[in-house]
Design a protein. Structure first.
Length: 212
């Protein structure tokens, strides 16, 4: 399963690498429709895509998945991070793994300006950010969007939210390279901050060590 799968392009790549049944969930009906079209065009009409609020996904999908992936740009949209991790835990079978790749929370301290990334915000800011900047994924055209809100979660918030669900941390790596095109110029500065992270957790019914 991929939570907040957008138009399914990442999940389609996983499918083409040999994954079995693949299920994507997103809160935007137009993305789900596009994901279904792309999967059919790629010769994988068996892929399943659903439109649900991530906090209100039906119980029928509980404990059905061996792997759950969350890719760049998801966590900051979650107002309730522990609740999000509880959803991830609920979908996994015993022994299943959660993989997350996302921009590093440190980057949320920066604002993109014409002069380049500028340190602007506290790492520990808890007030929601209002955003009206829209970007067309295909044309690159910027536009004024309906106000939406995102939230700063520290690295500790992310780790503790998963550990609070008894998900065992198996792998964690901070990434120096640009993975999300936000403040990408920082990849090349002498004082290069971490730009992303990759983490893996495993679900166990009882406490135990992570599998290799």
């Amino acid at each position: 399963m991929q939570l907040c799968c957008n138009n399914g392009i990442d999940l389609l790549s996983v499918k083409k690498m040999g994954a079995g049944q693949c299920t994507g969930i997103d809160g935007a009906a137009n993305f789900v429709e596009q994901a279904q079209e792309l999967a059919a065009l790629a010769g994988h009409p068996d892929m399943q895509f659903y439109c649900y609020n991530v906090y209100a996904i039906p119980e029928t999908l509980t404990q059905r998945f061996d792997f759950l992936i969350v890719t760049v740009g998801v966590l900051n949209w979650m107002p309730d991070l522990p609740g999000f991790m509880a959803v991830c835990h609920r979908f996994l079978k015993s022994g299943g793994k959660l993989f997350i790749e996302d921009i590093h929370p440190l980057l949320n301290m920066y604002d993109e300006t014409e002069a380049g990334p500028l340190l602007q915000y506290s790492y520990f800011n808890r007030a929601p950010f209002e955003d009206t900047s829209g970007l067309d994924y295909f044309t690159g055209e910027a536009y004024e969007a309906t106000p939406n809100y995102w939230f700063q979660h520290t690295l500790a918030d992310i780790l503790q939210a998963a550990l609070g669900q008894q998900l065992q941390l198996c792998w964690f790596e901070e990434v120096a390279e640009n993975i999300g095109n936000y403040c990408a110029e920082l990849q090349h500065v002498p004082a290069n901050p971490p730009l992303g992270f990759v983490a893996s957790w495993q679900k166990h019914e009882q406490t135990g060590e992570c599998d290799d």
